[in-house]
Design a protein around this ligand. Structure first.
Ligand code: ASP
Length: 357
C-alpha cells in the first residue's frame, strides 16, 4: 500500500513538472523578458474583420500579452509602454528614449532580453538604430503585425509568440538586434519592408533571413558579418538630438531643386538614393557636390533597394567628395550617417563606418 502511495506521489510530481506554466530555458533558469510597446498595427483595432481600416493604439501592452497566454510557458514577462504611435510617426526622441531604456534594462541581471512591439512601416529603421546603440549581447527582438487583432487571420499573436521565443533563446545571444515577422528571423541591418500590405513583407534583399521561428521553435542558419551592439562605437546615452539628415530621391531628368532646398534648410548631411549604382543626372550630382563643399556630408545609396554602391564606378566619388552607403538602403544609410556625425566629420572615417557597420 505504502509503495503504491509513493509511486502515485512520484507520478503526480513528474506530471506537475511537465504541465508547469513556468517553463525554463536550456540552462534551467527562469527567463525574464521585458516587452516594450511602441504602437503600430499590432496595437490597433479595426471596425471590420475584412477591412484594412483600423485605429492605432487601442490595445495596451498588457492586453497584447494576455491575448497570448502561451507566452507564460516561455518566459516571465513584464510590459512597459515607450510610446503609442503608428510607426510612420516614430521619431528620434523615441529612438533615444528606447535605446536608453534598453541599455538600462539589459545591464540588470534579472533582464534576459527585450521584445519590442512596433509598427512595420519604420521597424527596420528602429531596429538598425538599436543595433548600433544598444551595447549588450542579450537578445533584442522587434515584431509587429500587418493585420490588426480584429482582422481575419490576424498575424500579431503568432509574431509575438515567435518573437518572445527568439528573445528567450540562448541561441539568439550575440546576434545583434533581430526582427521576427511571419516565421522568419532577420538581422536588423538587412531587413526591409518591401510590400505595402502582405504579411510576408520583410525581406533581406541582399541575402536571406538568418533563421526561422516556427510556433516558437527556433532555427538559425547564418548571421550578419557587419559589426553591431557590443562592437559599435556609437553611444547616444547623453544625446538629446541627432544631426539632421535628409534623403533625396533620384529619377530621370532630376534637377537641383531638392538638394538646394536641403542646403538652404541647413542640413548636416544628405543621402542620395540614386538610380542604379548610385547614379544621378549631372545637375543633381553637381548640386550634391556644392552641398559637400559647404561641409554637408553626402552619402550615395541606391533606389534599387539592393546591391552595393561601388565607389568610382560610373563617376569619381573622390572628385565629388561622396561616401558610398555600401549596400545599405537610403533610410538605413540616414541612420548610420546621423550616428557617424556624432563622432566625426572626416569623410574617410565615415566611409570606414559605412563599410564596417
Ligand atoms: N502604419 C502601420 C505602422 O507602421 C503599419 C503596421 O504597423 O503594419 O505603424
Amino acid at each position: 500500500m505504502k509503495k503504491t502511495i509513493l509511486v502515485l506521489m512520484m507520478f503526480t510530481l513528474i506530471l506537475s513538472l511537465f504541465s508547469s506554466e513556468s517553463v525554463e530555458n536550456e540552462t534551467n533558469e527562469r527567463v525574464n523578458l521585458v516587452v516594450l510597446t511602441t504602437g503600430g498595427t499590432i496595437a490597433g483595432k479595426g471596425t471590420s474583420e475584412t477591412g484594412s481600416a483600423y485605429i492605432a493604439g487601442k490595445v495596451s501592452g498588457n492586453d497584447l500579452i494576455e491575448a497570448v497566454p502561451e507566452l507564460g510557458h516561455i518566459a516571465q514577462i513584464t510590459v512597459e509602454e515607450i510610446s503609442n504611435v503608428p510607426s510612420q510617426d516614430m521619431s528620434i526622441d523615441i529612438w533615444l528614449k528606447l535605446a536608453k531604456r534598453i541599455n538600462e534594462l539589459l545591464n540588470q541581471d534579472h533582464c534576459d532580453g527585450i521584445v519590442i512591439t512596433h509598427g512595420t512601416d519604420t521597424m527596420e529603421e528602429t531596429a538598425y538604430f538599436l543595433n548600433l546603440t544598444v551595447h549588450s549581447n542579450k537578445p533584442v527582438v522587434l515584431t509587429g503585425s500587418m493585420r490588426p487583432s480584429t482582422s481575419i487571420s490576424a498575424d500579431g499573436d503568432i509574431n509575438l509568440y515567435n518573437a518572445v521565443a527568439v528573445a528567450a533563446s540562448k541561441a539568439s545571444f550575440g546576434r545583434g538586434v533581430l526582427i521576427v515577422m511571419n516565421d522568419a528571423i532577420y538581422a536588423a541591418r538587412d531587413a526591409t519592408k518591401f510590400n505595402t500590405t502582405n504579411v510576408d513583407t520583410f525581406k533581406n534583399l541582399n541575402g536571406g533571413p538568418v533563421g526561422y521561428a516556427h510556433y516558437g521553435c527556433i532555427s538559425f542558419y547564418s548571421s550578419t558579418e557587419k559589426a553591431h551592439t557590443v562592437d559599435s562605437v556609437f553611444d547616444t546615452s547623453d544625446l538629446l538630438q541627432l544631426p539632421r539628415i535628409e534623403i533625396i530621391y533620384g529619377y530621370a531628368d532630376s534637377g537641383s531643386l531638392f538638394v538646394n532646398a536641403a542646403i538652404e534648410a541647413g542640413v548636416d548631411g544628405l543621402i542620395f538614393a540614386g538610380v542604379g549604382d548610385g547614379n544621378g543626372t549631372i545637375e543633381t550630382l553637381e548640386a550634391l557636390t556644392s552641398a559637400a563643399k559647404k561641409d554637408i556630408t553626402v552619402v550615395i545609396s541606391s533606389r534599387t533597394g539592393s546591391g552595393m554602391v561601388y565607389r568610382n564606378s560610373e563617376y569619381d566619388f573622390d572628385t565629388y567628395r561622396f561616401i558610398s552607403a555600401n549596400n545599405l538602403n537610403a533610410q538605413k544609410a540616414r541612420i548610420l550617417l546621423m550616428l557617424s556625425l556624432t563622432k566625426t566629420k572626416d569623410s574617410h572615417t565615415i566611409q570606414q563606418y559605412f563599410d564596417h557597420y
